[in-house]
Ligand binder design. Structure first.
Ligand code: ADP
Ligand code: MG
Length: 251
């Protein structure tokens, strides 16, 4: 039984079919890689899963609940959280405060209560501080917690984007090119963080162009081409699939 299932999901933009009867199952606890050439429908898949786009047909089932028609905020509340290709950080805030904002993305905080600064809210604030420190430790950001986000290196910015997503309490974390623009050593540190996040109980689905990280770190890979699934399986198997070699790896 998958954590999330896409059942024959299709999406057209005018005459263009971005996704065509896409069946996908994400298993609890795995790192699933979604790959394919430019324009093959990867980001569209993320936009549909997170409710930013509604499919033309097909269904999405998350923890046995049909989420096909839900709005983005409801989907986030269920625990499906994404990071963006261009990290959406608050550059003029500290690392710590960026993470605090991440908590607010998960809603469930009463704005009124916070304005009134009620005892419950002060207690909640303490709890959030404790959680923020946990996230800082897990991600290795603790020594940088007082730095402004804009003063972080590219690698730490990527890490912070993941930290902010973690603050929202994901069950399923969607990462759009977590390693893009990073040097090889930074790629490995971000990928190792993703492994740690998975080991902490979060299921991961990532889009990534860096073949080495896809092959080294994913449990399973799904390959899209022109909106259609052309292969899926463990890295070793996908690597040898003739359609994948021809249409994607260009070998
Ligand atoms: P990928 O992320 O794999 O590069 P996308 O999912 O972004 O691909 O895009 C799939 C196809 O759908 C592309 O041909 C793209 O131009 C088109 N597309 C994506 N989003 C839109 C949109 N909002 N309006 C029109 N066409 C879109
Ligand atoms: Mg894309």
């Amino acid at each position: 039984m998958g954590l999330l299932e896409l059942k024959k999901v299709s999406k057209r933009f005018g005459g263009l079919t971005a996704l065509s009867e896409f069946d996908l199952e994400i298993h609890k606890g795995e790192i699933l890689g979604l790959i394919g050439p430019n324009g093959s429908g990867k980001t569209t898949t993320f936009n549909i899963i997170t409710g930013f786009l509604e499919p033309d047909s097909g269904n999405l089932i998350f923890e046995n609940k049909n989420i096909t028609k839900l709005k983005p905020h409801s989907i986030a509340e269920l625990g499906i959280i994404r990071t963006f290709q261009l990290a959406n950080l608050f550059f003029e805030l500290s690392v710590f405060n960026n993470i605090m904002i991440g908590f607010h993305n998960s809603a469930k905080l009463s704005i009124i209560g916070e304005l009134l600064n009620t005892p419950t809210c002060r207690k909640r604030e303490k709890e959030l501080n404790r959680k923020a420190i946990e996230i800082l430790k897990l991600t290795g950001l603790e020594p940088h917690k007082d730095k402004l986000a804009r003063n972080l290196s590219a690698g730490w910015r990527k890490t912070l984007a993941i930290a902010i997503a973690l603050a929202a309490g994901p069950k399923l974390l969607l990462l759009d090119e977590p390693a893009c623009t990073l040097s090889p050593s930074r790629v490995d540190s971000v990928m190792n963080l993703i492994l740690k996040v998975r080991d902490s109980g979060v299921t991961i689905m990532m889009i990534e162009h860096n073949m080495r990280s896809i092959m080294d770190y994913c449990d399973r890979i799904v390959v899209l081409n022109f909106g259609k699934k052309i292969a899926e399986g463990p890295p070793d198997q996908v690597k040898q699939n003739k359609d994948v070699i021809r249409t994607y790896l260009g070998l």
